[in-house]
Design a protein around this ligand. Structure first.
Ligand code: PLP
Length: 435
């Protein structure tokens, strides 16, 4: 029996989990089926990833056909037709000037790829002393070493101190409950927080800084919505000093904010965009880094037979993932998903904010179909109450997520008002039961 519980779960309290396992064995549309036969309404679109719903017929058919046609082929010094087509489609949706697409297998790989492109770009231009990378407190950029380094979450960093990339610093995050609690959408207070980048520029000397990476709307640390004018100010400071600006849109891109990209929705164009999740509707793992044309051009140096950028993954542009991606992008178009998100956004916002007077709620934040309800910790111990509410909802047939004491919501793009109401009423009951 020693192999009975061989599975080691990621970002999970493993010992508690195996005392009360939650095992999903099926999914269709907006519902999961558990291994013991229960139906659960998914209020988190997988893990921010499946905005179109589970087992989307167009994606299922595309993947089935692809696996029978071309399962895999070399990705170095050769490619496949689906990867070419998907790159073209992604580039055509991207903000002006971002024309090149480098495929990865995850958000973490997208982030580390983007950081490496930024460093290589400066070096190729003869500016190789620009090696410093700037992240933001409470930023989540995945779990590879580069992303962990620029990430601003202490618990994700503390075990790995010595090998985190040296020469990384962080600007302060934008959340301030006294100044913005319960604001709907973008807080009006806080654009000046972008000036913290000026502080780091002065401290380190701007000529040492290669790139700045932020999530436009931070997800994992609890829906931190950029204050009005904040992203514009970051862009201006980056321009002034020659820093590349990277938007980590692993959650934000492909509809979650009611637009192809956060960059589109906020009208601020970064130099690189990292994506994953919604690219394939979460069906086959895939990420992409979308890059400004002239950054790519700067790297196209040396003899033509030689590799220009020494980086890539065996599965960069995997045909199965690319087929899923093409089908997902087609579905977003055909179902007018991004407009639907915009139409649903006020309904979602009202429902979320209806929880304001429930026990222990200290803030509610939302943008697009991303929502967060922050709770006061139970007895000062972080995360206990949030986890209790998550469990109560799961038992009552609704899946949301807790990041510590912040409840997180990411409903499907075609959620019905009844489904949203059921999610919020289940959470309301759970908040009262755990008061
Ligand atoms: N960046 C952001 C903003 C994310 O939200 C995530 C995952 O949630 C990642 C990177 C890492 O993505 P993955 O888990 O696919 O490696």
């Amino acid at each position: 029996m020693e192999h009975e519980q061989a599975l080691w779960l990621p970002f999970t309290a493993n010992r508690a989990f195996w005392k009360q396992p939650r095992v999903i064995s099926g999914a269709r549309g907006h519902y999961y089926t558990t291994a013991d036969g229960r139906e659960l309404l998914d209020g988190f679109s997988g893990l921010w990833s499946c905005g179109l719903g589970h087992a989307h017929p167009g994606i299922v058919a595309a993947v089935q056909q692809q696996v029978a046609t071309l399962d895999f082929s070399m990705t170095f010094q050769a490619t496949n037709d689906k990867a070419i087509a998907l790159a073209r489609e992604v580039a055509s949706m991207a903000p002006p000037g971002l024309h090149k697409v480098f495929f990865t297998n995850s958000g973490s790989e997208s982030v580390d790829t983007a950081l490496k492109i930024a460093l290589a770009y400066h070096r190729a231009r003869g500016d190789g002393h620009r090696t410093r990378l700037i992240g933001r407190e409470r930023g989540y950029h995945g779990v590879n070493l580069g992303g962990t380094s620029v990430g601003g979450i202490a618990v994700n960093r503390k075990a790995f101190g010595a090998v985190l990339t040296p020469g990384v610093d962080h600007i302060r995050h934008t959340l301030s409950l006294p100044d913005m609690a319960f604001s709907r959408g973008q807080p009006s207070w806080g654009a000046h927080l972008a000036d913290d980048l000026e502080r780091l520029a002065a401290l380190h000397d701007p000529s040492t800084i290669a790139a700045v990476i932020v999530e436009p709307v931070a997800g994992s640390t609890g829906i931190l919505v950029p204050p009005v004018g904040y992203l514009e100010r970051l862009r201006a400071i980056c321009d002034q000093h020659g820093f590349l600006l990277i938007f980590d849109e692993v959650i934000n891109a492909f509809g979650r904010l009611g637009a192809p990209f956060a960059a589109t929705r906020f009208g601020v164009t970064p130099d690189l965009i990292t994506t994953a999740k919604g690219l394939t509707n979460g069906v086959v793992p895939m990420g992409a880094v979308i890059v400004r044309q002239d950054i790519y051009d700067a790297l196209m140096q040396g003899p033509e037979h030689a590799v220009e950028f020494f980086h890539g993954y065996t599965y960069s542009g995997h045909p199965l993932a690319a087929a899923a991606g093409l089908a997902a992008l087609r579905a977003y178009r055909e179902e007018d998903s991004f407009a639907r998100v915009r139409a649903l956004e006020p309904v979602f916002e009202d429902g979320l904010h209806s929880l304001r007077d429930e026990p222990n709620v200290v803030d509610i934040r939302n943008f697009g179909l991303m929502g967060g309800v922050e709770l006061a910790p139970r007895d000062g111990v972080l995360g206990v109450r949030g986890f209790e509410v998550f469990l109560k909802c799961f038992e009552a047939g609704v899946v949301i997520r807790n990041g510590g004491d912040i409840l997180q919501f990411a409903p499907f793009f075609d959620s019905t008002e009844d489904e949203l109401a059921r999610i919020f009423e289940t959470v309301r009951a759970a908040l009262r039961a755990t008061a």
